[in-house]
Design a protein around this ligand. Structure first.
Ligand code: SAM
Length: 356
């Protein structure tokens, strides 16, 4: 498996499209794009074995809050309704609360949800959440997802490679629940031989703590070379093993574009989600695009093409021109990924540098 040099779409001042505010973002496969994931930094305070090689520090520049807000405003004007702030580790960004506070005042400008508040979520490793949960809630954050790859300290810290990380994250989750950011979602990336012995423990956690636990299949997006299909734990095995904790039943999706298959325990206590981008890809219903911390639009995690909207911003583009650029990028969104197929090439950036 080789990394692939990416094509960067250089900025052009295009007059070909006429982007009105509130125009829907629809790609050439007919998918409506409503979700924007914004990486606010590619720095991270964890060195998770399946993500990082262990070197610390940012690799890419970061936009200023003002630049992020200007770009996000144009995405929202075109139809984005949900913004998820991620990274790297988003809580490392000092002005995060300020950014959330501003975003929380915005309304969806048009469409069936016109007038409703923008949905603002954060994905975090939770290490700094104990102190930040309440200020984030007060600033207007809607939801938080915490990544947590084990329910036992030893396994957890073998994954994060940071001593003391487990109690910090547990305190962070509790603080989020107390701040009213619940139900907190916990995401666990399962890797055969690393943490697949934690499945049943997560089942108990979901039932005990009222946390929605979601298992995510490991994708070939790590900095090093670890991924192979044998490391991916298939959905059926997860469901079978959770059923030994308590019988499970499938739940209806919350939305057509929802990535997780939902399950509830039959006594009504606890919810589980399984996100299976490798074995049961959901590209046909994908509603997401991404903005990297250095201002590139990525239309798929596995894109080999990036769209340099930051360069356009720096050239002094108008909002009209930024929106035309966004529309052009979205139109080129890939039909699907090709993980596991012969000739599959990893993108040149890894998850931590794209924004998970
Ligand atoms: N630092 C934040 C966190 O830990 O949630 C946000 C960024 S992190 C890259 C976002 C999510 O991507 C985490 O849940 C992480 O476990 C997941 N992730 C990282 N590398 C992955 C991979 N190769 N396959 C699947 N998920 C991955």
């Amino acid at each position: 498996m080789t990394n692939f040099p990416e094509i960067v779409q250089e900025p052009q001042f295009s007059g070909s499209t006429s982007p009105d505010p509130a125009q829907s973002l629809i790609d050439s496969h007919g998918r409506v794009i409503t979700d924007l994931r914004v990486s606010v930094t590619d720095r991270c305070n964890y060195k998770c074995v399946y993500c990082r090689t262990g070197q610390v520090g940012a690799q890419y520049d970061e936009l200023t809050t003002e630049q992020y807000l200007r770009l996000i405003r144009n995405f929202v004007d075109l139809g984005i309704e949900k913004v998820r702030l991620t990274g790297g580790e988003p809580l490392l960004r000092r002005d995060l609360i300020e950014m959330v506070r501003e975003l929380a005042t915005w309304r969806i400008p048009a469409g069936p949800n016109a007038g409703q508040k923008l949905d603002i979520a954060i994905t975090t490793n939770g290490h700094l959440l104990e102190d930040l949960a309440q200020p984030l809630k007060d600033a207007g954050l809607s939801r938080v997802t915490v990544s947590m790859d084990a329910v036992e300290q030893e396994t957890f810290e073998r994954v994060t490679r940071v001593p003391g990380s487990f109690p910090a994250v547990v305190r962070g989750i509790r603080a989020a629940q107390q701040a009213g950011l619940g139900p907190v979602k916990v995401n666990c990336v399962l890797l055969r031989g690393f943490n697949d012995d934690q499945i049943e423990g997560f089942g108990h956690l979901a039932r005990r703590e009222g946390i929605i636990v979601r298992f995510i299949e490991f994708m070939p997006l790590e900095e090093g070379r670890l991924w192979n299909l044998d490391m991916v734990v298939p959905v059926k095995e997860i469901v079978d093993r959770l059923s030994t904790v308590f019988p499970l039943k499938p739940l209806a999706p919350n939305a057509a574009s929802e990535t997780a298959r939902r399950y509830g325990f039959t006594d009504g206590l606890g919810e589980i989600g399984i996100i299976a981008p490798v074995t049961q890809a959901f590209c046909g219903a994908c509603s997401r695009i991404r903005l990297t911390s250095d201002g590139k639009i990525r239309t798929c995690l596995f894109s080999h093409r990036e769209h340099d909207i930051y360069a356009l911003l720096r050239l002094g583009a108008s909002d009209h021109e930024l929106r035309a650029f966004i529309l052009q990028a979205v139109e080129k969104k890939e039909a699907r990924h090709h993980i596991g197929e012969p000739g599959f090439l990893k993108p040149s950036r890894s998850m931590v540098h794209i924004g998970g």
